[in-house]
Design a binder for this molecule. Structure first.
Ligand SMILES: [Zn+2]
Length: 345
């Protein structure tokens, strides 16, 4: 059994990478792009395993010394470059004081030059996987560009990102881009059911997760479904109520730790609600609704809006989500969005 078997979906991409490996036509640099939480990084690591695996069949075997080292992140020729924040959250970096950086730092890229100078220690292929490559600022990207322009032999660089448009065009053009699609709803449902979720709930969660396993797992954490009701209550109150309700909503979201995550969840939910209201308005089959069980409540705040307003609001929710990638204050971001919805900003 190959570790590719653990990858859900993306069959075409796996085939394409395998063909390149077997025919000796692996690119020097790849750009794996597509929504978050669908397995891009897992596939990048599996490909690193395939390039270094010592098994004769079922490559990447997942059990040889090299495959094991890669899955434990301690293979000398395979590096994961990611923000400190990511590494700390993934348990790959210990952190004691201060805030870990949310960006990929220049120093982290400089550390790679040693790797590029040496032949592979274990005789395979050196692989650098850059997680959330968009977290390199322009300066870091320019630096990285030099690396891409002078590819060293036996090195494969894989940039992984959900925001390829944040990379310099000169970086993108030097990579072979592989576009990852969201997973199908059935794949997500099967995944949840295999982890013990009951079918009906799995359907709802899969609809909310929009093809992302990461989101599906966050949502299947029971509290998110309860949070859906709380969030719905809060947004209805704020959109329908007065200024004090808006400010209260902002404060509720902004307080304590995990504010960004809470806001992101609320934005996800708002996006689905507005989408549902549009679906209901244009009279599509209720099978297309994600929140069919809460429609009355969901339509409430938007009862007087026409279709164009709804589309505008959908875009504003997305704008707010994009702005979250910069260091905006989550409470204030929600407040400003709600004020816009009330027509006060
Ligand atoms: Zn192996």
């Amino acid at each position: 059994m190959s570790t590719y078997d653990n990858i859900l979906g993306h069959e075409m991409i796996v085939r394409q990478l395998e063909r390149a490996r077997i025919t000796g036509r692996v690119a020097h640099a790849y750009l794996f792009h597509g929504p978050e939480g669908i397995g891009k990084q897992l596939l990048a690591l599996s490909f690193a395993q395939a390039l270094n695996c010592s098994a004769s069949s079922d490559v990447p075997c997942g059990t040889c010394a090299s495959c094991m080292k890669i899955s434990r992140y301690n293979h000398p020729d395979v590096r994961l470059v990611a923000s400190e924040q990511y590494l700390v959250e993934a348990g790959l970096l210990e952190w004691e004081k201060g805030n870990p950086s949310a960006q990929i730092k220049n120093e982290q890229l400089e550390e790679l030059s040693g790797l590029f100078r040496h032949r592979p220690y274990l005789g395979g292929v050196k692989v650098v996987v850059v997680v959330d490559a968009h977290l390199m600022n322009d300066h870091a990207q320019n630096r990285f560009l030099k690396t891409l322009e002078e590819p060293t032999e036996d090195t494969v660089i894989i940039l992984v990102t959900a925001h390829p448009q944040s990379l310099l065009p000169t970086i993108r053009s030097r990579c072979q881009a592989l576009s990852f699609a969201p997973l199908s709803r059935n794949v997500v449902v099967d995944f949840l059911v295999s982890r013990g979720q009951d079918e009906a709930k799995a359907q709802l969660i899969a609809a909310m997760a929009q093809g992302s396993l990461k989101r599906a797992l966050q949502i299947s954490d029971e509290s998110v479904l309860e949070d859906r009701d709380d969030a719905l209550e809060m947004v209805s109150r704020a959109v329908g109520g007065d200024l004090a309700d808006v400010i209260r909503a902002g404060q509720e979201i902004g307080k304590g730790t995990g504010a960004r995550q809470r806001l992101e969840q609320i934005l996800d939910m708002m996006e689905l609600w507005i989408r549902d209201v549009i679906v209901a308005r244009i009279g599509l089959d209720s099978g297309y609704l994600v929140n069919g069980d809460r429609m009355e409540k969901i339509s409430g705040p938007w009862v007087e809006a026409d279709e164009m307003d709804l589309v505008t609001w959908l875009e504003r929710v997305r704008q707010t989500r994009r702005s979250m990638r910069f260091n905006v204050n989550p409470g204030m971001a929600l407040e400003s969005l709600l004020l816009q919805m009330k027509g006060l900003a």
